[in-house]
Design a protein around this ligand. Sequence first.
Ligand SMILES: *Cc1c(COP(=O)(O)O)cnc(C)c1O
Length: 414
Amino acid sequence: MDYFNEIEKVDGQVADILKDEIHRQQNVLELIPSENIVTNAVLQAMGSVFTNKYSEGYPNKRYYGGNQFVDLVEQLAIDRAKHLFNAEHANVQPHSGSSANMAVYNALLNPNDCVLGMSLSDGGHLTHGHSVNFSGRTYKFFGYGVKESDCTIDYDNLEKLAKLVKPKMIVCGASAYSREIDFKRIGEICKEAGCLMMADISHISGLVIAKIHQSPFPYADIVTTTTHKTLAGPRGGIILCKKEYSSAIDKAVFPGMQGGPLENIIAAKAVAFYQASKPEFIEYQKNIVINSKKLANELIEKGYKIVSGGTDNHLFLLDLSSIEMGGKTAEDNLDKVNITVNKNMIPFDKRKPTDPSGIRMGTPTITSRGMKEKEMVKVAQYIDSTLRNIGNEAELSKIKLNVEELCKEFPIYQ
Ligand SMILES: *Cc1c(COP(=O)(O)O)cnc(C)c1O
């Protein structure tokens, strides 16, 4: 691929590592649900000359000269983001999902304010108040979670907790939750409690655009998302909000916490938003969910337990406690056959975070490669055979060959 030519001429070491990484991506079934494969157009925008430019500030309000084209590309990204999510305001500068969340908290909360967030152990994200994260260290977060009976969000308990704690904000959204989130209900709870609602749709933003998952607007005051998960754009974050919060949000991002924006990444965000406005993107999101349901159902038919019994979205958690296996063993052995997943706590987990009872898997990446339900049958088979053949290196080698064969049928970046 001629994309390597220049790097090879200048720095053989990095070129070699990059080649190995492309080879790895080509030859593994990537089931980590927070990952995706971007188009060449997104890659090119990320590698563009916009990386040379300093543009602190916002379109038409910059602290540096020479920003006439940066302004055009950032404004395009803003307009497209607003249109895609039906938002009154968009800030496309956050460098990541975590920094988008940090900016929102900085804009609208004071240190030690009370906030409710979904617990990490129930599917939430570190930035939703975990004690090792800036969020949990700066604000008084209280965790809410899922019901033991069916592992779906306990909205009644959230309502009770909101009345009791009187939070300034409720943060909703998740990283490991396979059911549709009832944003309308959370909006009602926020209204009743008189608090702000922030929806972090990092994982499901592609599904929201395709209207496969209900939109957090008009209920949420602020919505954040990464741009690199189901949205299939460059690694980064954005903040969407109602008009009344726009100036506080913009100030919190710059000069509040960031310096110069990554305009090359913002250009790539604009490209990704354009791609997401096309009918093919909606078709793609539908296929992600069809594949996810198929993969989950195939595994259920083989006797595996899925947390909450199934999935409405792009991911699910396999509960290995019924086969008395640890998530680490499963992850390590699937790695041996080129299937990439991540070990994950399940709700009410009796094991420890370093070797929990679950593995998390999802279908955005393999769907980007063009795999359909027919292939999900094979993927489920390979996962099942791997977990049944732990310790049998000869059998695992055979499965690995099958996985590589399947990957070969769906090439990336030719
Ligand atoms: C991935 C994710 C984030 C953080 O995104 P980074 O870009 O990794 O910082 C935040 N919130 C949720 C719900 C996520 O899934």
